[in-house]
Design a protein around this ligand. Structure first.
Ligand code: SF4
Length: 194
């Protein structure tokens, strides 16, 4: 089975609790105004990866506590998402999954996947409800659903939004995390256009 991926980050501290492997799925039909991840919208973009190879790479990372799925819309590649989640869960790694859909929809349309997800964060970014005060989310409508005992509401108090800047050998960089990106790029004197 293959997944279409926008980006993989093998070690991040800002996309969920502790250190995580982070997978950005490619493709999102929701197209929220003000979305930070417009490059993930196009279903023709990204690159294909064999899910077993991806799992092999995840299991090599001995430092991680778990995996975070974001996008794009992970549930638009439901079969790959379920396959990856089931295998990651079987190795006792935690799973955080972001979705632009609402929890009720996930419960009724994709119930088989919920036993593998520890923390589901629902709702796309809503510009008029912008709020960076809670970890990993950018607007007030987004809700945390603790679906196992692995994480609980205390983590919301323990963590704050933050960015990471990953600089590649060729000088290109990739910024991930959550917060006021316009403010950050102004500080870096980097032209920003969303
Ligand atoms: S659901 Fe998420 S990735 Fe999709 S447009 Fe909305 S904020 Fe962007």
């Amino acid at each position: 089975m293959e997944a279409t991926i926008h980006y993989l980050l093998k070690d991040t501290k800002v996309e969920g609790p502790k250190r995580r492997y982070c997978i950005w799925f490619q493709g999102c039909s929701k197209r929220c105004k003000g979305c930070f991840s417009k490059a993930t919208w196009d279903f023709k973009g990204g690159y294909k990866i064999d899910c077993d190879k991806l799992l092999e790479d995840i299991f090599k990372q001995k430092h991680i506590e778990g995996v975070t799925f974001l996008g794009g819309e992970p549930f638009e590649q439901y079969e790959a998402l379920e396959y990856l989640s089931k295998n990651i869960h079987s190795k006792n790694l935690g799973i955080v999954c972001f979705t632009g859909k609402l929890f009720e929809e996930i419960k009724s349309s994709y119930p088989n996947i919920l036993p593998y997800i520890d923390l589901l964060i629902d709702g796309g970014f809503e510009e008029d409800k912008k709020d960076y005060s809670r970890p990993w989310v950018g607007s007030k409508n987004q809700k945390y659903y603790f679906l196992s005992e692995r994480y609980n509401e205390n983590i919301i108090k323990q963590y704050k939004n933050a960015f990471e800047i990953n600089i590649k050998k060729n000088g290109e960089f990739f910024i991930n995390g959550m917060g006021d990106i316009e403010e950050l790029l102004k500080k870096l004197e980097y032209p920003y256009k969303n």
